[in-house]
Design a binder for this molecule. Sequence first.
Ligand code: KG4
Ligand code: ZN
Length: 353
Amino acid sequence: MRVLGIETSCDETGVAVYDGRQGLVAHRLFSQVAIHAEFGGVVPELASRDHVARLMPMIADVLDEAAGEGGAGMPDPASVRTGNAQIPVDGIAYTAGPGLAGALLVGSSVARSLGMAWGVPCLGVHHMEGHLLAPMLEAEPPPFPFVALLVSGGHSMLVDVAAPGVYEVLGESVDDAAGEAFDKTAKLLGLPYPGGPALAKLAESGRPDQYRFPRPMTRKPGLDMSFSGLKTAVLLAVRDAADDEQTRADIARGFEDAVVETLVIKCRRALHQTGRERLIVAGGVGANRRLRGALDAMARSSGRGVYYPRPAFCTDNGAMIAYAGYLRLAAGERDSGVIEARPRWSLDTLAPV
Ligand code: KG4
Ligand code: ZN
C-alpha cells in the first residue's frame, strides 16, 4: 500500500509518500518560520492561508518524485473525471489533530477532497502518534514496546507504548510545554522566534552552574512536569543581571541544564516504573543536542536503548503522518467520510492498530 501523508497542524506544511514495500519514497517540508518571526509567534490565520497556498503544489511535487520510472504523478483532473486517470496512491492520511483549527482544516479538506476525487480511502491521524512513530522511519527502528518522551512546542508528555496504537499517557506538563518554555525564555533573553534553537546556540557559550534554576516537580514522585515556573525564575534572573552577552549565555545555559536534567529524571523514572528497555524521543525539543547527550548517558548507565528520529523528523513533518496513516490504513481503518479536524484530542483514546 502507498500512502500520501499531509501535515498542516501548525506552522509547517509537510507532505510525504510512504510505501509499504519501499518505505519513505518522497517528502517535502515548508516551514513558515519567516512569516511568523516578525510577530514573535505563530499567527493562526496566516498559518492557514499559507497552507492553502503551498499544499497543492507540494503534493504535486511529492507525487512526481514518488512516481519514479513509468509511475503516475499528480493525475490531471480531466482524466480523473472520465475515470481514465492512473491514481498515484492507495490511501491518504492527514493530521486531524491536535493543532490549530484553521490549519488542520486546510490539510483535512484537501486530503478528503483528493480522496473523494481519486476514490481512495482517507484517515485522520493523531499528530502525536505521528511524532512517537517517527523513529520507525530510521534504519534501525526501535522494537516495541518502549517509553516515548514527546517534547514539542505544544506538548510535553511521557507515553508508554506497548504496541502501535496502544498508548498510555504516563505524565504530561501541567502548564507550559518544554518547547514553549524554550520559546518564552528565549524571548526574555531577546532572542528571535523560534526560540528553542536560538537559545540552545546561545547556551553553548554559557558557563555551567553560574545560574542554577529549579528542577520542577522532580522531588515528588510522579511523571507530570511543569515548566512555567522555570520561565518565571529566568525572568527574575534577567531582571537582576548585568546586560552583557556572557551573562545572557550563562542564563541560557542554566535554563537549558534545568530543562534537560528535569526531562532526564522523568525519563529514568518512567523507564523504571514501566520496566521498559527502550526510550524514544521525538518532537522539536528532541533535536536539542544537550538533551540527546544527557539521555544517551542515562541510557548507557542503566543499560537501556534510546532512539531518535533524524533531526528533520523531530520537528513537524509529513513523513511521520504518512507512516502512521500507512499503518492504520493498511490494517483496514478508514475515516467516516467527514472532514475531520480535532484541535483537542487525547492520545489515550486511540484504538490499537
Ligand atoms: O514538534 P515541533 O516542530 O512543533 C510542535 O508540534 O510544537 O516543535 C517545535 C518546538 C519549538 O518550541 C522549538 O523552539 C523547539 O521545538 N525546538 C527546540 C530545538 N529545536 C526546536 N528546543 C530546544 N532545542 C532545540 N534544538
Ligand atoms: Zn509537532
